[in-house]
Design a protein around this ligand. Structure first.
Ligand code: ZN
Length: 423
């Protein structure tokens, strides 16, 4: 069967049809601006709210869910029983009852075999796809690098389609949609790649539209750091937090901000270009063509050039992990460079803290390899750079070096839409 009509048959739709009826126009930004909410939409919104609470709490009994959303148990049962009947949720084994006896509680959680979501991480150098279950479990991973000598975008698109096609073939039931975390500048209204400094062949590619047309599934595309944030929000350390930010470092630098319970995107996703905020007037020239961007002093390119100047070993492959090891073993120049790198990373975080006060920062990407030594060095510079004041209770934590949060976040883009969770 051709990929285009792979999921067009009505056979074996079960959970897909059930969850897809959660899709409705009130979840679209345009629709949200229109008048009143219909009574059927209120029902969907309430179901989404209950499932959000379930995500935040983990496996939870009906009574606990009822307590958290402020309704009675019968209302909760009315909402979740259809989802249990449709195989989206399951009731676990009874837990020992607490003091006072009573009926043992059975925790509700997402069924392992419910329809998964296809997640795609599209970076300048290749594609990484997988399936993500509703509880965040990653399976069926397929990766493919892009050729370095491609002269047109077509070979890159073939690789992307192949990768997604292979993953969809591995799904035990039709996925709910395709979520994409993409490097570069993304127009989130249209799912189009605006520009990728490291892979200009992809500039202007209508990624969302192309995937939707090819595979016949709902597609959502967002900027890679925002997908990291969504991954942390749904499945990671950001669960239940009203305010936090993520910072990604590596070949490039980016970030995303969650404020007062919402992901801030800006018009067409223009917000959050943190790597290209200025930290040095008339500083080094950035890949974006401007000068003094944060990305010019807190990415691997800077680290490797500085390592070369300091005559450190293996400087061409230097990263946070190898630098932290070298600093621990030899001290000296390596320790000095590690501290300078920590300061350069801290400068941009301090600017973000002074502007928005997210207070809680999750660091992803290369910097995670530097471990506790680098984290503590960044935290020490933050203490110097950001004056203490009431409300500035800053915490920095390490996230993920291995793309897990980005893949889960790509899936979370679809999930957020399914559950009417206004990101
Ligand atoms: Zn720049």
């Amino acid at each position: 069967m051709a990929s285009e009509d792979r999921f067009s048959s009505d056979g074996e739709r079960g959970g897909l049809a059930a969850l897809n009826d959660l899709f409705d126009d009130t979840s679209r930004p345009d629709a949200r601006r229109q008048g009143l909410i219909s009574s059927s939409s209120i029902g969907l919104a309430n179901r989404g709210r209950v499932l959000q609470v379930l995500f935040d709490l983990g496996p939870t009994s009906r009574a606990e869910l009822a307590r958290h959303v402020g309704v009675n148990r019968a209302t909760i049962t009315g909402i979740i029983q259809p989802l249990i009947d449709q195989g989206i949720l399951v009731e676990g084994e009874p837990l020992p009852s607490k003091e006072g006896g009573g009926k043992p509680a059975r925790p509700i959680w997402f069924a392992e075999d419910a329809a998964p979501i296809c997640a795609v991480l599209l970076m300048h150098d290749g594609v990484h796809c997988c399936l993500v279950s509703l509880d965040g479990t990653i399976t069926a991973e397929v990766r493919a690098p892009f050729p370095e000598d491609a002269a047109t975008v077509e070979p890159l698109i073939d690789i992307l389609f192949n990768c997604v096609g292979q993953v969809l073939d591995l799904a035990h039931r039709p996925p709910l949609g395709i979520g994409v975390a993409a490097g570069g500048m993304i127009d989130t209204d249209t799912g189009t790649i605006v520009a990728v400094n490291l892979a200009p062949l992809l500039d202007g590619f209508p990624l969302g539209q192309a995937l939707a047309r090819r595979f016949g599934l709902p597609v959502r595309v967002d900027h890679h750091p925002r997908a990291l944030l969504v991954g942390d929000r749904w499945f990671g350390i950001g669960r239940g937090k009203p305010n936090f930010a993520v910072i990604y470092t590596g070949d490039v630098l980016g970030g995303a901000i969650f404020l007062d319970g919402h992901l801030y995107r800006g018009p067409a996703g223009a917000g959050g270009e943190l790597g290209h905020t200025f930290v040095q007037v008339d500083g080094a020239t950035c890949r974006c063509g401007r000068r003094g961007c944060w990305e010019t002093i807190a990415t691997l390119g800077w680290l490797r050039r500085e390592a070369l100047q300091r005559h450190l070993p293996s400087c061409e492959a230097m990263d946070s992990r190898s630098l932290a090891l070298l600093a621990m073993e030899n001290g000296g120049a390596a320790a000095g460079l590690l501290d300078l790198y920590a300061r350069n990373v801290a400068i941009g975080i301090a600017n973000l803290q002074q502007t928005m006060a997210p207070n809680f920062f999750v660091l992803h990407g290369d910097v995670v390899g530097g471990g506790a030594t680098l984290l503590e060095a960044i935290a020490a510079h933050m203490r110097d750079l950001v004056p203490w004041r009431p409300g500035n209770d800053i915490q920095l934590v390490m996230g993920d070096l291995e793309d897990r949060a980005a893949l889960r976040g790509a899936a979370g883009l679809i999930l957020s839409e399914l559950l009417h969770f206004a990101l």
